[in-house]
Design a protein. Structure first.
Length: 343
């Protein structure tokens, strides 16, 4: 009887999950959602981001990553979602909420390195002056992500809007983000659980072409990789690259030093990230893992060829990601400020 209930809940949730994705795309999110209520919304965002990028271009990577971390927070066990108290969390701006007890998503270890919250507040303030109570913080994150990609010479793509803001942000939920040491099986399952494809996985990994990372996200590849001592390194990482990285990351305990994810062009959105992977110079284990699957490996090689579709594909995959768990219609709220719920 217990197994029958489990299966019934599983299939019921699976159907509902598909329905949620269809509804969020078909009835909630769309290009030009603010065309009548706040027609200058995207122009206001772009103006603010261009001003920020002119003085702080290093924020491009963190702001792109912030949208990813907001959307990828968690998908609960499927039967629990319908038959228990869980829910699907996604692109609802919950990464931006503060907690007086430091128990919000932004306080979780995977999010401690995020930067750019002040930029989001600046954009939201400009929007509130023009169109008070209209544009959600979740949409701000999605539009800002596109605009920092463009600002770093990446592709322009149309952003679907119409998200509303969530009112819940829990530290524990953010600890389920896919880690930088994930293998290809974990990565594929994680993307599948969020309604994304294997192609979305390899394409969105290309976002590592801009920005930096703290040593703590990869230093296990440099020191005591398999428990054999400090000189034990990851054999899948280029030895010469290891030497370079060790000059920056002096020990496993280094939690403050920043290293470029795409050495040589980390401020430019391009395909050099994919060129580094076959040379065994992907910074994270999750980068190297893209060579362990035939589909992702094929895309890695195709991305650096003439006529590569990466720029176009990136826009498509970002739109796909931006649909995860989106609140629409009367769900959630439109926050007046992005770091607090409305009271």
């Amino acid at each position: 009887m217990g197994s029958q209930k489990f299966l019934a809940c599983f299939f019921l949730h699976f159907f509902l999950l598909l329905l949620v994705f269809r509804l969020s795309v078909g009835q909630g999110l769309r290009i030009g959602f603010y065309s009548t209520t706040c027609p200058n919304a995207e122009a206001i965002v772009k103006k603010s981001i261009d001003q920020v990028m002119a003085v702080a271009p290093s924020l491009a990577g963190p702001l792109l990553r912030m949208h990813f971390h907001d959307c990828f927070i968690r998908v609960n066990n499927l039967p629990h979602l319908v038959c228990g108290s869980g829910n699907v969390l996604g692109c609802d701006g919950s990464i931006l909420l503060n907690s007086s007890t430091h128990q919000a998503e932004k306080d979780a270890i995977p999010n401690l390195s995020l930067r750019g919250y002040g930029t989001i507040d600046r954009v939201k303030s400009a929007l509130e002056k023009e169109c008070p109570g209209i544009v959600s913080c979740a949409d701000v994150l999605a539009i800002v992500a596109r605009d920092v990609v463009v600002a770093t010479k990446g592709p322009y793509y149309e952003v679907e809007t119409g998200r509303r803001d969530g009112r819940v942000s829990n530290l524990a939920d953010a600890n389920n983000l896919l880690p930088p040491f994930a293998n290809i099986t974990t990565l594929k399952l994680g993307f599948q659980a969020r309604g994304l494809s294997v192609k979305d996985l390899v394409v969105l990994s290309g976002g590592h072409t801009i920005g930096t990372s703290h040593c703590s996200s990869f230093s296990n590849r440099l020191y005591d990789f398999s428990g054999k001592g400090e000189t034990d390194t990851d054999p899948t990482l280029d030895p010469n690259y290891i030497i370079r990285l060790k000059t920056r990351c002096r020990s496993l305990s280094d939690t403050t030093t920043l290293v470029e994810m795409d050495p040589g062009s980390f401020k430019t959105f391009d395909t050099s990230y994919y060129a580094l992977l076959p040379k065994r110079r992907g910074l994270f284990q999750s980068d190297a893992a893209l060579l362990d699957d035939s589909e992702t490996r094929a895309y890695v090689h195709e991305a650096t060829t003439d006529g590569s579709s990466f720029f176009k594909d990136f826009g498509v995959s970002m739109v796909n990601m931006g649909r995860i768990g989106a609140l629409t219609s009367s769900q959630g709220e439109i926050r007046r400020v992005c770091y607090n719920v409305n009271y």
